[in-house]
Design a binder for this molecule. Sequence first.
Ligand code: PEP
Ligand code: MG
Length: 317
Amino acid sequence: KTAVSEEALHGPAVMRDGAEVTLRANVGNAEEAVESQKKGASGIGLFRSEFLFIGRDSLPDEEEQYEAYKKAVEACGKAPCIIRTLDVGGDKKLPAFPIPKEDNPFLGVRGIRAELRNESVLRTQLRALLRAAACGHCAVMLPMVTNPSEIDRVKVIAGEELMALKEEGKEAVLPNFGAMIETPAAAVCAENIAKHAGFFSIGTNDLAQYTLAADRTNEAVADIGDALHPAVLRLIKHTIEAANAAGIPVTICGEIASDALAAPILAAMGRVALSMGAGSLSRVRSALKKVSTEEAGEKLEKALSLEDAKAVREFLK
Ligand code: PEP
Ligand code: MG
């Protein structure tokens, strides 16, 4: 019995008609990365590297970062381990990484914007990531991308650090660089971003916040900020179609991917992987199993035509 049930918990989720959906894990550290693979995730869709930086007065050095990334990459075996560079700013504050006080931090220097303004921190992280990429299937994604030039600049810096590492006699390779699609601009212009990125990862938490103009940390507007709003669903669908057309992989790594109501219609949007906290994997697996691709496609069509998130939720229930 154990062998059968364990088998059923691993590999892709299977919809009622046999269509497969890759499930990955969202993790915050190397230990969670190891655990998530035992719980049946096919690799890591989002390693939030900021958790290595939070709750301390100094920044983790290259060696400490390398050890953590290497452990996560090795835990994934042949499956991809997608590590996100430091996503600081907005609601995420770090004592060792001061960001000038801003009136609107969510619209200010956060994610890739903060990294590019603190290049030495970015360089150290990239060095650790380039070395971890020599240990397995490591991919690197950039948070809060608005313009393709941000991706290009990171690639230039990574190239310089690769040369430096080689000169120092350290093993390193350039990983695939991907963009998080979590600003409406990146979603609307996904075709342009796809020319500069090796893959996409859709951050629906921020994408919903910015599309619906509802602060994700403000309980009073939580209902307005629901990512099941048709406006957000249309942006997600457009992004997946752009990735599929460009032939690059795309994952959804925001909370919506772990929502059993949402998972089937997300899977119906095109070729897309879903990434979530390891605790949600089995729930999403069973939700997908109950629906065929065709039914999910019909539900998606209807959901896209509804007027607000509440209507979509009620319809999907
Ligand atoms: C997101 O915005 O959906 C996301 C996955 O990133 P975070 O929640 O860490 O901002
Ligand atoms: Mg985000």
